[in-house]
Design a protein around this ligand. Sequence first.
Ligand code: HEM
Length: 449
Amino acid sequence: MPTVPGIPGPRMPRPVQALGFIARTTPFMAKQRARHGDVFEVNIADEKPWVIFSQPDHVREIFTGDPAVFHAGKGNRVLLPLLGDNSVLLLDDAAHLRQRKLLLPPFHGERMARYGELMREVAEREVASWPVGEPLQLAPRMQDVTLEVIMRAVFGMREGAELDHVRGALLTMLDRVMHPVTFLLALALGPDGMRKAKIVRDTLAPADAALLEEFSRRRDAPDLAEREDILSLLLQARHEDGSPMSDQELRDELMTLLVAGHETTATALSWAVERLIRHPQALADLRDDLDAGNTEYLDAVIQETLRLRPVLPVVVRDLQADVEIGGRPLPAGTRIAVSITLAHRNPDVYPDPHAFRPERWLGTKPGTYTWIPFGGGIRRCLGASFALFEMQQVLPAVVQDLELRATDPAPERVARRAITLTPARRTEVIVEGRRTHAPRTQAPEAVAA
Ligand code: HEM
């Protein structure tokens, strides 16, 4: 039953709505919009009602709204036991700005080009190891790539025993945290209960210890001032009062970058390959453009993939005061959600919205309030330039070096994995052979900084 005055919504029982939203997000949301109009309410299990928006004017009002009114941190509280009190994802107001200010400079678009060679090298090595002639799920392989890139570019680890130790500790921790049992435990105990649970503390302790050891090694590194990785930059960053980040702050932010950046980017890459191998003309055009040393079509493929298959379906804000959005009054306490999926399939903005057509981006730039895979406003994804740049480096290694086909020509369904929307068969392909091609050009400038 809809509960926010004046906002329509489905009348089906909450568990049915929850199931629709969780298991079939895209068709569920499209159906509600068709039935109730642009702004509607959904009720998902015990969550408070969500009022869903997707029209460009509404998206603009939300993303440019006063951050003291449009809180984002509370919606992410389920991640508290993992990310900790200082995580930029969980904070609001002055505390959020303080952390964001420290993290922003290392992620500035112009800095990203420095990671190009490293990203390409990691991708080429991984792609060269994929077996020929047998079914292969690309999503886990892409996760190997994005994890390695984070270990090297963000954590600044160099090949060797220490890298292996930290990577191993983080992988064991991530495996346990992503396990469905952990999800059930989180539902039963809530964020504060989870935090106190021994099993959770035991899971996090080895990874935390490995990180703290790395911080102290890095502080003592003689070349700290010349290093380009994000941890080394954060170790030298200062709060406005001149104080450095504490170990706990560093730990919480690095864990945040790992969790926010690893699976998301791998999923986006997996979708790009999933779409390309089912659109041979787009794949051929991409290869031709890359072979000619251009990256315009590559950017178009990346933008179209993130439009049609956004990794995250919604971004959420909690209203701290009464506001009007699109002329509709909403009381303080309401949770509002921008539906990325619906915004990206708006036929007024995107003709033939369900078709994968990278050409639609040639000669056009994505709109701030109509292309929103990274959210927007003061909470826009900190790693957007990093992720786009990584996709620019990794995708050519896959499509130029390999001849690929889908194991099943039918498109992969959109499936939910925790909070991300991922290809249901994890982008299952067969590598048919290796290709020869013109030498790859140097790292292009980052798109859409
Ligand atoms: C294709 C890959 C990615 C996608 C689709 C994505 C998407 C998003 C979205 C939708 C948000 C929420 C924005 C909002 O509330 O308006 C977000 C926040 C964030 N992302 Fe990403 N992300 C990706 C990659 C990354 C990477 C690589 C990193 C870092 C290495 C990263 C770090 C963050 C952080 C720290 C935030 C919180 C920002 C804040 O609250 O101020 N993300 N991301």
